[in-house]
Design a protein around this ligand. Structure first.
Ligand SMILES: C[S@@+](CC[C@H](N)C(=O)[O-])C[C@H]1O[C@@H](n2cnc3c(N)ncnc32)[C@H](O)[C@@H]1O
Length: 277
């Protein structure tokens, strides 16, 4: 990593969108949009870009017969180790039976450890929806259970269930998440029974525990599939629900009984069973 980098701050008095299009079309690096302009950062000197932006502002002012003010200021800044700073911000977290720790931290001797590489994907256990799903898994998943993690993301929930002795399938509509699920399983020295790209409509089994930490709307769209994947005695864990949408989601599961509700911040996780279970 270089010891310093250049930061170009561009302020424009109007026509923000046209400047944004110009930058997107002409500069080889990304940029940040601010309230009155843009910030460009690069390890290379950005004077040429500053010159180009000023020329564009002049041409635009002329074409529109307006006075569009544009100021470009470049500074050379000392680079800090962003990766290290980010890593230090991710702390291990204890969730009931589980201890979720980044690869660079020591495991616990008293918990079931889940190792995570936060560079991989969503799902470090720090988000309330993941944390409360893990609480529910900790309580309801038993040894030899068949479990499916629908919307597996990093695979953290499925990995937790495998470590409790379950045989676990996982699926996600996002191919990158599918890869991350497999990578995190490897990192934790465990194996999923089956992992696929897509949703639980492609499951060819019924499960003792179905867990889906997705958003409220999706939980309503796939309600039928989630219920079909559940054994009669099974437990369905729904998470990713903002409390304001809880009633809306529950309407799609009114043939089931709520056996537990876990609220954390503005999020709720609902645990359901079939009425006759
Ligand atoms: C909020 S993340 C949860 C990740 C992980 N299970 C956790 O608890 O941290 C939701 C995941 O659901 C996936 N997803 C969205 N819609 C889906 C669907 N219909 N079926 C399966 N997965 C879906 C997304 O790609 C995303 O990876």
């Amino acid at each position: 990593m270089q010891e310093s980098y250049y930061e170009l701050t561009i302020s424009v008095s109007s026509h923000h969108e046209l400047f944004s299009d110009f930058l997107a079309d002409t500069i080889p690096v990304g940029f940040e949009e601010t309230e009155n302009g843009f910030i460009v950062r690069s390890e290379d000197d950005l004077q040429t870009i500053a010159w180009g932006v000023e020329q564009f502002a002049q041409a635009l002012s002329k074409a529109l017969s307006l006075n569009i003010e544009c100021e470009c200021k470049q500074q050379k800044l000392k680079a800090s180790d962003w990766v290290k700073e980010y890593q230090q911000s991710i702390k291990p977290i204890e969730i009931d039976k589980f201890y979720i720790h980044p690869t660079w931290d020591e495991p616990s001797t008293e918990h079931i450890n889940i190792e995570i590489d936060p560079a991989l994907a969503f799902g470090t256990g720090h988000h309330p929806t993941t944390a409360s799903s893990l609480r529910a898994i900790s309580k309801y998943v038993k040894e030899n259970d068949r479990v499916i993690d629908v919307g597996s993301g990093s695979g953290i929930l499925g990995v937790g269930a495998i470590k409790l002795g379950a045989s676990v399938d996982a699926c996600d509509t996002d191919p990158v998440s599918v890869e991350n699920t497999l990578e995190n399983a490897k990192l934790n020295g465990v194996e999923f029974n089956r992992v696929w790209e897509g949703s639980c409509s492609l499951a060819n089994d019924q499960y003792d525990v179905v867990v889906a930490n997705i958003v409220a709307d999706v939980l309503t769209f796939i309600a039928k599939d989630l219920k079909a994947a559940l054994k009669d005695s099974g437990v369905l864990i729904l998470s990713g629900i903002l409390d304001k949408y809880e009633d809306k989601v529950i309407k799609y599961y009114k043939d089931m009984k709520v056996v537990q509700r876990i609220a954390q911040e503005e999020w709720v996780t609902i645990v359901l069973q079939k009425e006759n279970a």
